[in-house]
Write a protein that binds this ligand. Structure first.
Ligand SMILES: Cc1ncc(COP(=O)(O)O)c(C=O)c1O
Length: 410
C-alpha cells in the first residue's frame, strides 16, 4: 500500500485490497458497445465488460422484461416440488439450441457455480451408473474455470490458487493442446476418470484457440476411456465464436456444457449447465434418487426473463453471424500490427482475440494508454491483452481498437 492510499468500503475482486479508492474508474452509463465514466468520458468497451455483454449496454428491452417479471413474481425456487414459468421457458429455449438432442438444463447464478455443478453432475452420473470410483477430473493449463474451490482447482493459473489452500481433490492438470498427456492420465488411472474439462477457446487463461484436431481428439479419448467431455462455454457460448456454441464451431459434442455471461449479457447474473442424455439418463434412472445440489437462485425467474430477451435479441439481430464479421475485420487489423513487429503474437476466433505483447513490454502500461485514449482492453497474465467486444459493436468503434493499440505501442 502506498502511504497515502485510502481503501474504500468496497473490497474489489481480483484487485489489490490496499488500493486507493480513488484509483478505480467508475462507469455510470452504457449504450451499445460504448460506456461513459462519472466524468462523462466515452470509452469503447472492447471487453464487453468482463467477456459477457454480447447484446451491448443499455438495452431497455431487457430492463422492461425484468421489471415486468419482478412485478408479476420476482422468482420462485426450483427445489423439489416447485418450478417457475420463466425457468421452464428458458430451459426449453436453450435445449432447442443445444448441440446434443434431448439435452436438459440445470441453472446456476454464474460460471463458477456452473463449473462446480458440472463436476458434481459428472461424478454423480458415474456413481448412479455403478461407477463410483470415477471421480478424477482432468483439466488443462493454462485455463480459467472460475474461483469457487471446484473452479479454482480446475483452473490452470497457479497464481489464482496461491494462499487459498487445497481446492477439490482428484484433479489432474495437463498442458493445453497435448493429447498424449491426456492419454497418459487415462492409462495411469484406469476406470478412474470422470471427466475432462476444456474451454473451446481458452479465454482468461490467455486467449488460445485449440490446435487443429485437438478437441475432436479429446472427444475420441473420452469415448475410448468412458469419461465425460465437459466444454466450459462460459465465454464461448451464445455466439462469441460465430456459432451458437464453441463445440459446434469445432465440430465437437459435449456431455456437459457450462454457460453463463452472454445468456443474460450480464444484465442479471445467470449461468447453468446443458446436460446431455449421457449424463441425465443415468441420473434419472433410479426413480428414488435425489440429486442433492442446487442454489437458492437456480433458475431465478427475473434472471431467466432476461435470458429469454437476450436470446430473442441474439437471434433477431443476427449476433452469432456478427461475431464472424468481427473476426473478419479485427483479425487482419491486429495481424498487420504483428507483422509490423509491434507485438509478438495475435490469436483469436470471431469475437474473441488476444494480443501477445513483446517480453519486457509493460502490459498494464499499454492498457492504461489505451484507456486514456478511450478504449477498454484487459491485461491478462503474463503477456496478453484481451479483446472481446459486444457483438453489436459498430464498425467505426471496432476499427478504433487496433488503431488505439497501434498508437499505444508506438
Ligand atoms: C471459461 C470460464 N469458466 C468459468 C468462469 C467463471 O465464471 P463466473 O465469474 O461467472 O463465476 C469464467 C469467468 O470468466 C470463464 O471464463
Amino acid at each position: 500500500m502506498t502511504p497515502t492510499a485510502k481503501p474504500g468500503p468496497l473490497l474489489h475482486p481480483f484487485a489489490k485490497p490496499g488500493a486507493d479508492d480513488g484509483s478505480f474508474l467508475r462507469l455510470v452509463r452504457g449504450e451499445g458497445a460504448v460506456v461513459f465514466d462519472d466524468a462523462g468520458k466515452r470509452y469503447v468497451d472492447a471487453m464487453a465488460s468482463l467477456w459477457h455483454c454480447n447484446i451491448g449496454h443499455g438495452r431497455s428491452e431487457v430492463a422492461e422484461a425484468v421489471s415486468r417479471q419482478m412485478r408479476e413474481l420476482e422468482t420462485y425456487h426450483l427445489f423439489e416440488k416447485f418450478s417457475n414459468a420463466r425457468a421452464d421457458e428458458l430451459a426449453e429455449r436453450i435445449v432447442a439450441l443445444a448441440p446434443v438432442p434431448d439435452s436438459r438444463v440445470f441453472f446456476t447464478s454464474g460460471g463458477s457455480e456452473a463449473v462446480d455443478t458440472a463436476i458434481k453432475l459428472s461424478r454423480a452420473a458415474h456413481a448412479q451408473a455403478g461407477r463410483p470410483e470415477r471421480t478424477l477430473i482432468i483439466s488443462r493449463a493454462p485455463s480459467y474455470h472460475g474461483v469457487t474451490y471446484g473452479g479454482m482447482a480446475l483452473t490452470g493459473l497457479p497464481l489464482n490458487q496461491k494462499d487459498f489452500g487445497p481446492g477439490v481433490g482428484d484433479v489432474v492438470q495437463v498442458p493445453k493442446d497435448d493429447l498424449d498427456a491426456v492419454r497418459v492420465v487415462f492409462r495411469d488411472n484406469p476406470g478412474r476418470v470422470a471427466a475432462v474439462f476444456a474451454e473451446p477457446v481458452i479465454g482468461a487463461g490467455g486467449v488460445y484457440p485449440p490446435v487443429d484436431g485437438y478437441l475432436t481428439g479429446l472427444r475420441a479419448l473420452c469415448d475410448e476411456y468412458g469419461a465425460h467431455l465437459v466444454l466450459d462455454e462460459v465465454v464461448c457460448g451464445f455466439g462469441r465464436l460465430g456459432s451458437m456454441f464453441g463445440g459446434q464451431h469445432f465440430g465437437v459434442r459435449a456431455d456437459l456444457t457450462t454457460f453463463a455471461k452472454a445468456i443474460t449479457s450480464g444484465y442479471v447474473p445467470l449461468g447453468g449447465v446443458i446436460v446431455a442424455p449421457s449424463v441425465h439418463e443415468p441420473l434419472g434412472a433410479d426413480p428414488d434418487y435425489v440429486f442433492r445440489h442446487g442454489y437458492t437462485y437456480s433458475g431465478h425467474g427475473s434472471a431467466c426473463a432476461a435470458g429469454l430477451v437476450c436470446l430473442d435479441i441474439t437471434e433477431r439481430e443476427g449476433l452469432v453471424e456478427r461475431a464472424s464479421h468481427l473476426g473478419d475485420r479485427l483479425g487482419p487489423a491486429l495481424r498487420a500490427i504483428r507483422d509490423e513487429g509491434l507485438v509478438a503474437d495475435v490469436r483469436g476466433v470471431g469475437g474473441i482475440w488476444g494480443v501477445g505483447v513483446h517480453e519486457g513490454e509493460n502490459l498494464v502500461g499499454v492498457r492504461d494508454r489505451m484507456l486514456a485514449a478511450g478504449v477498454i482492453v484487459r491485461p491478462i497474465a503474463p503477456t496478453t491483452l484481451a479483446i472481446c467486444p459486444p457483438l453489436v459493436i459498430e464498425d467505426a468503434d471496432l476499427d478504433l481498437i487496433p488503431a488505439t493499440l497501434r498508437a499505444a505501442l508506438t
